[in-house]
Design a protein around this ligand. Structure first.
Ligand code: SAM
Length: 287
């Protein structure tokens, strides 16, 4: 079935299957026909690739991915959509649907089992309520993937892709930048969805790095410090880090060692700066 962006087709499918949208599951389905082919093409859906999709809805993006990639494995939490997908994706022999919560799915195992011999990428129109947790899960698992191409709310896109040292950046921007090179690909208006959300969206692509931009002795401590630093972003770094049990004196000493002013604010710190502070605190605390 190839008219899955057509409103009357969607209404017909919904009424025949007794399906209604769940706001709680972030169900805003794409009805703009130009968006899914673009996500698929920019998201590496191509021969030689296996694609993981998160959240199929009625299968509008799944279909475009399966037309281009060797294999698509899609994780969808809503059991009510399973009979719908049986109908809308009938005829494809390269789609595997997993009815589960993506946050509880072992994607490493899925990749091993489904994508042997293939390169791998993730594509999705993400449910807005778990955008950052899903992205962090995909990154922190260090999956063998090339890119993550996802639709997210516009403000989330700006935050996720903000370069360190800018006003928009927060702990999540540093985390993304640690694992990937992020880029904003294109905007998608709220009218492209059914039902239409209150905000516009953006498609972003995270190009996974082969090595992190900064090498530290204790990666966990680096992220703890970054999260602590941005927990109170209007304060100086020395003040913010007291929230994670690092005294102001300790931070001043670390800053001095790194040649940075004691009055520095978190958003003025580069990745290297956080790296040097982290290594100093690791050495002092583990000595
Ligand atoms: N891909 C479809 C489209 O573009 O029209 C649907 C996108 S809709 C924004 C998000 C989809 O993610 C919904 O189908 C929803 O049921 C599903 N979803 C929500 N939470 C999920 C979770 N934790 N794990 C897997 N799928 C989830």
């Amino acid at each position: 079935m190839n008219r899955l962006t057509d409103i009357s087709t969607i209404r017909d499918i919904m009424s025949r299957h007794g399906f209604s949208f769940s706001k709680g599951l972030g169900q805003n389905f794409l009805i703009n026909p130009s968006v899914c082919p673009k996500i698929a093409e920019l998201g590496n859906a191509a021969p030689g690739f296996g694609i993981i999709e998160i959240g199929t809805g009625i299968g509008v993006l799944t279909r475009e991915l399966a037309l281009r990639a060797d294999k698509v494995t899609a994780v969808e939490i809503d059991t009510r959509l399973m009979p719908v997908l049986d109908e809308t994706l009938a005829g494809f022999d390269n789609i595997h649907i997993i009815n589960a919560d993506v946050m509880k799915t072992d994607l490493k195992k899925v990749i091993e089992e489904d994508f042997a011999g293939l390169e791998c990428a993730v594509c999705a129109n993400l449910p807005y309520y778990i955008t950052s947790p899903v992205i962090m899960y995909l990154l922190e698992e260090r999956l063998p993937i090339k890119t993550i191409t996802v639709m997210v709310q516009k403000e989330a896109a700006v935050r996720l892709c903000a370069p360190p040292g800018t006003r928009e950046c927060g702990a999540v921007s540093y985390a993304v930048k640690y694992y990937a090179e992020p880029e904003i690909l294109f905007d998608v208006s709220r009218g492209s969805f059914m039902p239409s959300p209150n905000v516009d969206s953006c498609v972003i692509r995270l190009n996974i790095r082969s090595a992190p931009p900064v090498k530290v002795k204790d990666e966990k401590r680096l992220f703890g410090i970054i999260r602590g630093a941005f927990s109170q972003r209007r304060k100086t770094l020395a003040n913010s880090l007291t929230s994670i049990g690092i005294s102001k004196q300790e931070t001043y000493r670390a800053l001095e060692q790194a040649g940075l002013p004691g009055s520095i604010r978190p958003e003025q710190m580069t990745f290297d700066d956080f790296g040097r502070i982290t290594d100093y605190l690791t050495e002092v605390n583990d000595a």
